[in-house]
Design a protein around this ligand. Structure first.
Ligand code: IPE
Ligand code: IPE
Ligand code: MG
Length: 236
């Protein structure tokens, strides 16, 4: 039987429940998002301590654009603050920032902050933080199919040569190993259009807590749960 590293190399998280966390306290939803940003900082620290190499965070989905304009713009403002405040931290901690998603839909200011942070941290090696922003798994798969189809139409590739590896190389996650562990907070048992291709063999851990209540110890527990799993990848 093959053995796998006991620490997941790549952890992906659907950070859910910010709104409900705020509602429970009689506070506006945006306060839940603010508290959620604190969890991001703590979980990032936890990942470094545990030796996780890649952390992908679902911060804003393609479908989240259909929320009320006030919430969307508050989220974008919060994201701008996060990017400004975190640049120094990421730098000091030797963390590289990458983003996936339809970034052209984001406000120009946010895009500029992302570009600056990505460029500034491009050679960092301790860990990679991947922010999924305006991200949808189906949109990503469709874009990959479109790029292959256009190369085939131009005679650059032969359709018969398209295999899983070539396909994955056209996804925005090209070069990033697939997630080993997928965590979703707030107890919801669904994927909500996150990393559809990449999670085919991820171990899924659903945590009841809302995202703002999720911290390092919860990450450690999820990793322990992962370590108790027996990954078979379809074999025996
Ligand atoms: C997750 O919390 C953050 C985003 C999707 C941006 P929600 O905003 O989905 O919070 P709930 O699920 O409504 O509680
Ligand atoms: C998934 O949460 C998206 C993010 C965490 C960014 P949602 O709250 O948007 O998902 P649904 O609506 O419960 O499926
Ligand atoms: Mg939600």
């Amino acid at each position: 039987m093959a053995t796998y590293p006991s620490i997941p190399r790549h952890v992906a998280i659907i950070m859910d429940g910010n709104g409900r966390w705020a509602k429970e306290r009689g506070r506006p939803r945006i306060e839940g998002h603010r508290a959620g940003a604190e969890s991001v900082t703590e979980v990032l620290k936890g990942c470094i301590e545990q030796g996780v190499e890649y952390l992908t965070l679902y911060a804003f989905s393609s479908e989240n654009w259909s929320r009320p304009e006030t919430e969307v713009s508050a989220l974008m403002t919060l994201l701008n603050h996060f990017l400004k405040a975190k640049l120094k931290d990421l730098d000091r901690q030797n963390i590289r920032l990458l983003t996936i998603g339809q970034l052209d839909r984001l406000p120009a200011k946010t895009r500029a902050l992302i570009e600056r942070t990505e460029a500034h941290t491009a050679n960092h090696t301790a860990m990679t933080l991947v922010l999924a922003l305006s991200y949808g798994g189906r949109e990503e798969i469709v874009a990959a199919a479109r790029s292959l189809a256009s190369d085939a139409a131009a005679g650059k590739i032969n359709p018969a040569d398209i295999d899983g590896e070539l396909f994955a190389s056209r996804l925005q996650t090209a070069g990033i190993p697939d997630p080993d562990l997928l965590i979703r907070t707030s107890g919801e048992m669904r994927i909500s259009n996150f990393l559809l291709w990449q999670i085919s063999y991820a171990e899924i851990v659903i945590v009841k807590k809302f995202w703002p209540d999720f911290g390092k110890s919860d990450l450690a527990e999820a990793i322990e749960e992962y370590q108790r799993r027996h990954r078979r990848f379809g074999a025996l």
